[in-house]
Design a binder for this molecule. Structure first.
Ligand code: NDP
Length: 448
């Protein structure tokens, strides 16, 4: 059988059966061709529909979320949960609250999550969810009512052995608190392990808040080490200024690098002295304001709403905002400025055209499903602590995170070399490693 032609057929079928879901098509187009060498080596996975089943969620939930705003008007949003694959464990993946959320975006995120979760080596399946809700400009009371209405439908599909959501864009500790409270109220169960990303004070794990950003930097550090580099004195650009971005900046600074630029959806900020992280946290986490106000507080900094953060010269770029934010021209600018490495803190932030530019130029490129796996890995550590009614120290948890990231990096390189002859091909290494783990479990569990 011509395996590449077969995978092309599967991809065509994914596009036909999921019309208009551009991001899901994009994620499938990235993964499917890279499975060819794995299927050549494991023909037993052909003919069992494993690839076709991987591309079809086990369950897709779409539901109405009605709620009352502060004026007493009824608002109606749409909620989603895509339970994609449970071969390795309960569905696991975050909830995103953002006006752009639709089924195709949730499916791309859920599909990526299958491979990412498998890569961590932990017993977690893949899922993702969210709502087309805009939290910006909403009061605390409105956020609470929205979360309560969302959970009033979603609760019946969750459980610590069934489906365990966490945060993502627009869902942080505040939202997880409201969601957990409503789940507890409806079910009359204190089931700590049903949501991760909880505050440490009531069942959360130390280092979960920091995990995705820290993990991305650990992954980048491992990539740099393969060429004899490290973060010391390096200039770094980070996109976004949310959860992932903030803790990526914190870890870069701890490792001796200097983050000179970050952004939000209104533009980017340059501070050649190094981004003042306390100020960013105050603006984005406490005041929930725009990153442009940084430049008002610190006159040496410059804010721009034109161009992108990738126009700022850097040695290392960490895209930590959203999908498809780093495009072909951004990649060309980074290469021109001599960037050594790009590690994705966000999910699919680089377009395929940008990734091709990095590949041609020999820039080290760590795809999100490997580079940002530290978040979900630490969520799995939170589940372990909840199951044991235990709480580990920050250092204990962070050292587990660091070890997971080293292992993920090493496995990507080993399989990239074994299945494609080039250890720097992290895309191939991540996809093949994740696929082989899930495929083995799916084959053993029969056609379900
Ligand atoms: P947050 O909501 O905390 O932050 C998102 C940040 O990205 C905000 O600063 C937001 O700006 C900015 N942003 C959104 N769109 C754009 C854009 N088009 N251009 C520039 N900036 C933009 O989300 P997270 O930090 O949790 O998530 C960021 C990414 O990381 C997502 O892709 C997510 O899927 C991924 N991820 C998150 C994990 C986690 O543990 N949280 C785990 C693994 C991956 P503004 O404030 O203006 O909205």
């Amino acid at each position: 059988m011509d395996v590449s032609a077969y995978l092309e057929t599967v991809y065509t079928e994914v596009c036909r059966r999921n019309p208009g879901e551009a991001e899901f098509h994009q994620a499938a187009a990235e993964v499917l061709p890279s499975l060819a060498p794995a299927l050549d080596r494991h023909p037993e996975y052909l003919g069992t529909g494993i690839v076709e089943r991987l591309c079809e969620p086990e369950r897709q939930l779409i539901f109405r979320v009605p709620w009352l705003d502060d004026r007493g008007d009824v608002q109606v949003n749409r909620g989603f949960r895509v339970e994609f694959n449970s071969a390795l464990g309960p569905y696991k993946g975050g909830l995103r609250f953002h006006p752009s959320v639709n089924l195709g975006i949730v499916k791309f995120l859920g599909f990526e999550q299958i491979f990412k979760n498998a890569l961590t080596g932990m017993a977690i399946g893949g899922g993702k969810g969210g709502a087309d809700f805009e939290p910006k400009g909403r009061s605390d009371a409105e956020i609470m009512r929205f979360c309560q209405s969302f959970m009033t439908e979603l609760y019946r599909h969750l459980g610590e052995h069934t489906d365990v959501p966490a945060g993502d864009i627009g869902v942080g500790a505040r939202e997880i608190g409201y969601l957990f409270g409503q789940y507890k109220r409806i079910t009359n169960r204190y089931e700590s392990g049903v949501l991760t990303g909880k505050p440490v004070a009531w069942g959360g794990s130390h280092a979960r808040t920091e995990a995705t950003g820290y993990g991305t930097v650990y992954f980048a550090q491992e990539m740099l080490a393969t060429r004899g580099h490290d973060f010391g004195d390096r200039h770094v650009v980070v996109s976004g200024s949310g959860n992932v971005a903030v803790y990526a900046i914190e870890k870069v600074h701890a490792l001796g690098g200097r983050v000179v630029a970050c952004s939000d959806s209104s533009g980017y900020l340059v501070d050649e002295d190094g981004i003042d992280l306390d100020l960013v946290k105050e603006i984005k986490q406490v005041r929930r304001s725009r990153i442009s106000t940084y430049a008002e507080a610190k006159p040496t900094a410059r804010f721009s709403s034109r161009g992108t953060v990738y126009d700022v010269p850097c040695d290392i770029a960490l895209p930590c905002a959203t999908q498809n934010e780093l495009r072909h021209d951004d990649a060309v600018a980074l290469v021109k400025n001599g960037t050594l490495a790009v590690a994705e803190g966000a999910n699919m932030p680089c377009t395929p055209e940008a990734v091709e530019v990095f590949r041609e130029a020999g820039v080290l490129y760590g795809p999100g499903k490997a580079a940002n796996a530290g978040g979900v890995a630490t969520s799995a550590l939170e589940m372990q602590q909840n199951a044991a009614r235990d709480s580990w120290t920050f250092d204990q948890t962070e050292s587990r995170l660091a070890s997971v990231m080293r292992t993920v990096h090493a496995q990507c390189r080993v399989n990239a070399e074994e299945y494609g002859g080039n250890p720097d091909n992290y895309v191939l290494g991540a996809n093949v490693t994740g696929f082989l783990r899930v495929a083995e479990a799916m084959a053993a569990q029969g056609v379900i």
